[in-house]
Design a protein around this ligand. Structure first.
Ligand code: NAD
Ligand code: ZN
Ligand code: ZN
Length: 377
């Protein structure tokens, strides 16, 4: 049936309010407006950040509900709105929560990937005209960071989507829409890990394991994987971890344990948990003489304390959003790196679920049972 120009009725997982499970609903997805693209989502990974926005709302900037979560998807363009030139109907695409317009000051800067195009609106769950394209029971449903991939169809701004290789398997490359690209880029772009260095990665979910993979790709010699769930250690080997530390096995603070293990501190550390205590530990694990700590864990408003001495002697504390990738140009390249075997994706996928099982995917995250559950539409 031809759907172009028409409202599409489809299924989506709607989060009606914070702290409550999502529910599968029939939603109406309006046609794309000017410079917008409507996508038939094929698959979406379930990221810890989806869970955090629902269940740790107090640690995040306020977001309006109802909301459709999901920001790690891949699909096919169903139709495009007026003025769209960058993608066409039938293209395989990955929607991007960090846009790349190519024209704003930040897009023109080599220092950042934080394009400002439609930013204020998408952070509030709406598109350029201040409304979302999705409604349910006659009510506007907000689009999480402008994306909403826990829906069979969604509409995103043209600068929040990138065309990928036509043979790319969507149920795998969806992970490049967030988690894997983020962790990998944290090592390569934010830390700029050097060959021969020593790294420590806290948190071995998809983001942390991708950071491990990035450290390995950069030629790090020692990659110390840290997690309170020892079941994650075996899989961390696959991505290149060389040593494993469970903070629960030690009575001393983890920073002391790792400093002893590394003769005074690591060159690079990564916090891929989303816990302010772990953030401070990750910082203090770095060598005071030039160590770099990258915060990847996504908590927005909870306070992080540190002692001036933590950075006074020369440590660097920095963060990264989407691994620093200039999204539109970088993601298709990452897809091709996967297709030629230079980057692992299949190994991250531990569960395959359906759209009405998003709550199960959240439960797997909480119980530490999954690396990535992929929702197949
Ligand atoms: N900066 C970004 O752009 C960005 C993008 C995606 C995700 N994130 C964030 O990255 C973090 C990780 O995401 P994920 O999907 O891999 O999560 P996940 O839940 O799959 O993995 C988190 C891991 O941290 C471990 N952990 C928990 N407490 C720990 C502790 N005290 N010490 C060591 N390990 C501990 C858990 O056992 C788990 O293995 C989340 O905060 C997420 O929101 C950030
Ligand atoms: Zn994410
Ligand atoms: Zn821009």
């Amino acid at each position: 049936m031809e759907t172009e120009g028409k409202v599409i009725k489809c299924k989506a997982a709607v989060a009606w309010e914070p702290g409550k499970p999502v529910s599968t609903e029939e939603v109406e997805v309006a046609p794309p407006k000017v410079h917008e693209v409507r996508i038939k989502i094929a698959a979406s990974g379930v990221c810890h950040s989806d869970w955090s926005y629902l269940y740790e709302a107090g640690k995040m900037s306020p977001r309006p509900f109802p909301l459709i979560l999901g920001h790690e998807g891949a699909g096919v363009v169903e139709s495009v709105g007026p003025g769209v030139t960058k993608v066409s109907k039938g293209d395989k695409v990955i929607p991007l929560f960090v846009p790349q317009c190519g024209q704003c000051e930040r897009c023109l800067s080599s220092k950042t990937n934080l394009c400002t195009k439609n930013w204020a609106n998408t952070q509030q769950g709406v598109l350029a005209d201040g409304t979302s394209r999705i409604t349910c029971k006659n009510q506007q449903v907000h689009q999480f960071i402008g994306i909403s991939t826990f829906s069979e169809f969604t509409v995103v701004p043209e600068d929040n989507v990138t065309k990928i290789h036509p043979d790319a398997p969507l149920d795998k490359v969806c992970l490049l829409g967030c988690g894997v690209a983020t962790g990998y880029g944290a090592a390569l772009n934010a830390a700029k890990v050097e060959a021969g260095s020593t790294c420590a990665v806290f948190g071995l979910g998809a983001v942390g394991l991708a950071a491990v993979m990035g450290c390995k790709a950069a030629g790090a010699t020692r990659i110390i994987a840290v997690d309170i769930n020892p079941n994650k250690f075996e899989i961390a080997k696959t991505f290149g971890a060389t040593e494993f530390v469970n903070p629960k096995d030690h009575s001393k603070p983890i920073q002391e344990v790792l400093r002893e293990l590394t003769n005074g501190g690591v060159d690079y550390s990564f916090e891929c948990v989303g816990n302010v205590g772990v953030m401070r530990a990750a910082l203090e694990v770095c060598s005071p003489a030039g160590g770099i700590c990258v915060i990847v864990g996504w908590i927005e408003v909870e306070e992080l304390t540190l002692a001036p001495l933590d950075i006074l002697l020369g440590r660097t504390l920095k963060g990264t959003y989407f691994g620093g990738w200039k999204s539109v140009e970088a993601v298709p390249i990452l897809v091709e790196e996967y297709m030629i075997g230079r980057l692992l994706l299949d190994e991250f996928v531990t569960h395959r679920l359906t759209l009405d099982q998003v709550n199960q995917a959240f439960d797997l995250i909480v119980r530490g049972k999954s690396i990535r559950a992929v929702i197949e539409m």
